[in-house]
Design a protein around this ligand. Structure first.
Ligand SMILES: [Mn+2]
Length: 411
C-alpha cells in the first residue's frame, strides 16, 4: 500500500517584508502576499492530488510570536487540510520555539485546540497515523537545543565539542529506542528539523538565533525509514543520492532573502511504501530576485553604463538589488530619478553605490618611522607607481622647498 505524502518546510510566513511594499488593495506587505500565495499553492496541490498525508518540516514564522493576522493567514491555509480530512504533522522548528512554556509556542495552539487529524511534533516520539491509504508511522524530531537533552550537572566543566558529542550520543540513544519500537509491517517516516552535517547552507545560517549542533547523516539515514523528511535548510537537496532512504530538505517555499536568489523553491511529493520511496521536487513559480553589479570606475559616462546594464537585465516583477562601484567624486553624476525610471518594472529595488575613494588606500605604516620628510616622500613615491614619471621632479621640488624652509629659519 502506497502512502502519498506532500512534504513542505520553512514557510517563514511574514519574513522578507523589507523586499516588499504596501499593497494598496489589502493594506498588506506584498512579500507577505507572495509567501501566502506560495503556501496556498502547496495546500492546493495537497487537496487537488488528494494526498494521504502532509508533513510540515518546521519554521512556520520568523519567530515564535507572530502578529495575529500572520498567524491567521497560516491557520486559514492549514485548516483547508483539516476540512479535506488530510492528516497533517506540524513539526516544531527553531523559529517556532520560545523560551517560555512547552516547546512550539507558535504551533501549540493546534495542539491545544486538538484540530482533527493534526499532530504537533514538539517531542521526539512516534505517531501512528491512519490515512485513507493505510497506516504510517511518523517519528517526529523537533529542533533540539542543549537544554532539551542535557541537564546542567551533565555539562559542567565540558568543552563545547564535548557537549556536542554528548548531545549526539543522547540523541542516538533516544532515536534508537524509537526505531526499535517501530512496527516493521507499516511504512515509517522520520520528520526532523535539524542541520545535517552534509547539508549546504543558505539563509537559515544567519537566521538562527541560537546556534544548534550538527547531526551526522548516518544517524538519520536509516533503512528502517522509507523516507526522511527534513526541515531547516532553505536550499532544496537530497543528502542521500542512493535514496535508501531519500533524506530530503524541500527547502523554503519562497525566497527569504538574497542568499536564496539562485535557488529553486518548492515542495516535495513522495510515494512511500515499506522500505521504498519515490519522490519528486515540485517547483513553485516564486518571484525572482536579481542582483545587478556594475563597475563604473572605468566608465566615461557612468550613468549611461548603468542604465545600459539595467536595460539588458530582466527586471519584470523582480526584487532587484543594484550595486555599483564608482569614484567618490563622480557619485553625483548618477541621477537617481533616471535610475528610478530604469528600474520602473522591478517589483522593488535597493540601490547601493560603493564609492571608491582615491584617498582610501591603506595608510603606509612604514611612513611613520621616517623623521626626514624627503625620505618619507621617497618611500611614498615607491609605493605610488602611477607617479613614477614625475618622481624625480617631485623629489627635486621637495628638496628645493626644504632648502627654502631651512634658509628662512636661518635668516
Ligand atoms: Mn530552522
Amino acid at each position: 500500500m502506497t502512502i502519498e505524502v506532500l512534504h513542505l518546510s520553512d514557510i517563514h510566513l511574514g519574513s522578507g517584508r523589507a523586499h516588499g511594499k504596501l499593497d494598496p488593495e489589502t493594506g498588506l506587505n506584498t512579500r507577505l502576499l507572495d509567501f501566502i500565495q506560495s503556501l496556498t499553492r502547496c495546500i492546493d496541490a495537497a487537496i487537488e492530488r488528494n494526498v494521504d498525508l502532509v508533513l510540515f518540516g518546521g519554521d512556520a514564522f520568523p519567530n515564535s510570536t507572530p502578529p495575529p493576522y500572520i498567524a491567521e493567514a497560516f491557520a486559514s491555509q492549514f485548516r483547508r487540510l483539516a476540512e479535506a480530512n488530510i492528516p497533517t504533522v506540524l513539526l516544531v522548528g527553531n523559529h517556532d520555539q520560545h523560551a517560555q512554556g512547552q516547546g512550539g509556542a507558535s504551533l501549540c495552539l493546534y495542539r491545544t485546540l486538538v484540530v482533527p487529524g493534526f499532530v504537533v511534533g514538539d517531542r521526539l516520539t512516534t505517531h501512528r497515523i491512519t490515512t485513507k491509504s493505510g497506516d504510517v508511522q511518523v517519528v517526529t524530531l523537533p529542533w533540539l537545543t542543549k537544554s532539551t537533552l542535557l541537564t546542567r550537572p551533565e555539562t559542567e566543566n565540558l568543552s563545547i565539542e564535548e557537549i556536542d558529542r554528548l548531545l549526539i550520543d543522547k540523541l542516538r540513544t533516544i532515536l534508537e529506542g524509537e526505531i526499535r519500537q517501530l512496527d516493521p509491517e507499516t511504512p515509517a517516516i522520520l520528520l526532523a528539523h535539524l542541520m545535517a552535517d552534509r547539508a549546504t547552507f543558505g539563509a537559515e545560517r544567519f537566521l538562527a538565533v541560537r546556534k544548534g549542533f550538527n547531526v551526522p547523516l548516518s544517524l538519520i539515514s536509516r533503512p528502517e525509514f522509507s523516507y526522511v523528511a527534513l526541515g531547516h535548510v532553505h536550499k532544496h537537496q537530497n543528502l542521500n543520492p542512493d535514496n535508501d532512504p531519500p533524506v530530503v530538505y524541500p527547502g523554503s517555499i519562497d525566497r527569504v532573502d538574497f542568499s536564496e536568489e539562485k535557488e529553486e523553491k518548492g515542495y516535495v511529493l513522495a510515494r512511500v511504501d515499506r522500505g521504498i520511496c519515490e519522490w519528486e521536487f515540485q517547483p513553485l513559480p516564486v518571484r525572482p530576485f536579481r542582483t545587478i553589479s556594475v563597475d563604473l570606475t572605468q566608465a566615461d559616462d557612468p550613468l549611461a553604463k548603468l542604465t545600459a546594464a539595467l536595460a539588458k537585465a530582466d527586471l519584470d516583477g523582480a526584487v532587484v538589488r543594484l550595486q555599483y562601484r564608482i569614484h567618490a567624486q563622480r557619485l553625483d553624476t548618477i541621477d537617481l530619478a533616471a535610475l528610478r525610471t530604469a528600474l520602473a518594472t522591478a517589483h522593488s529595488f535597493t540601490v547601493s553605490p560603493e564609492p571608491v575613494s582615491q584617498l582610501a588606500r591603506p595608510r603606509m605604516p612604514e611612513l611613520s618611522t621616517h623623521h626626514d620628510p624627503i625620505e618619507a616622500l621617497e618611500t611614498y613615491l615607491t609605493d605610488r607607481s602611477e607617479l613614477s614619471t614625475i618622481r624625480d621632479d617631485l623629489l627635486q621640488a621637495a628638496r628645493d622647498l626644504a632648502r627654502i624652509d631651512t634658509e628662512l629659519q636661518l635668516s
